[in-house]
Design a protein around this ligand. Structure first.
Ligand code: ADP
Ligand code: MG
Length: 241
């Protein structure tokens, strides 16, 4: 489904991603963890080329995304959903309009976009709040709108970059519940960057630990957290105990 090969990205003197390779199977939920600054966001953002890698390839469904021209990249991105840490909703638009915007911009009729937006709102349990503006919603509800916006495209792959990191602790759970449902029903292949250890433990098919721009360990949650092989893994194990 997704194969990242020998990915490099530097910023000035700093090597943010250092020869990283990762393969993700169809329907799999892979959770990427590691200390702040280890290159998680850079890695996930090179997948849909929000960041251009220096070298390496990102093969998605047999196509190397790093070689695509702008038009091809635009249609490829419709198949890859992205959920941001900061929800990036437009404040003057209602919840449902926020979701419709991208669909309409990609050429769908307003009617079609509305139906898809409402179906996505229903999936995240917010169909009753369609007319609310982001400012009238809680942070957790705003992030669920952010998730619905990605879901409305029916993406095959969903990328999540710390989707609960800017939420009050009380609001984290409702977002994790939505993510868990999507993973459980294999709604999409998911690559999730998160610090939520309990979520990783219960929902991930595989956990990937990063340090200094590269993967230091990867395996099923029980292996990585119970019998870690890396320094980072041992630190997480201590947190759980
Ligand atoms: P993580 O998501 O794991 O916290 P990032 O991928 O955001 O890590 O960052 C990896 C490293 O690259 C960090 O040292 C960060 O400061 C640096 N970095 C990320 N983006 C930029 C940028 N646009 N310019 C300069 N340095 C950056
Ligand atoms: Mg990050």
């Amino acid at each position: 489904m997704l194969s990242i090969r020998n990915l490099y990205k530097h910023f000035g003197n700093l090597i943010a991603v250092n020869n990283l390779s990762l393969t993700v199977d169809p329907g799999e939920t892979v959770v990427i963890m590691g200390p702040s600054g280890c290159g998680k966001s850079t890695t996930i953002r090179t997948i849909n080329r929000l960041i251009e890698p220096d070298s390496g390839s990102v093969i998605f469904d047999g196509v190397d995304i790093t070689n695509l021209g702008e038009d091809e990249l635009r249609s490829m991105r419709k198949r890859i959903g992205y959920v941001f840490q900061h929800f990036n909703l437009i404040n003057r638009l209602s919840a449902v309009e926020n979701i419709m915007l991208g669909l309409v911009m990609s050429g769908q009729s307003k009617e079609e976009a509305y139906d898809k937006a409402m179906a996505a709102m229903t999936k995240v349990g917010l169909e009753h709040l369609q007319d609310q503006k982001p400012g009238e919603l809680s942070g957790g509800q705003q992030q669920r709108v952010g998730i619905a916006r990605a879901l409305a495209f029916e993406p095959e792959l969903m990328l999540w970059d710390e989707p609960t990191a800017s939420l009050d602790p009380m609001l984290v759970r409702e977002v994790l519940v939505v993510m868990e449902e999507l993973a459980k029903y294999r709604a999409a292949t998911m690559v999730v960057v998160t610090h939520e250890i309990a979520f990783a433990l219960h929902v991930a098919d595989r956990i990937v630990l990063m340090e200094k721009g590269t993967i230091v360990e990867s395996g099923i949650p029980n292996q990585v957290f119970v019998n870690p092989a890396s320094h980072v893994g041992r630190q997480y194990k201590e947190l759980i105990e």
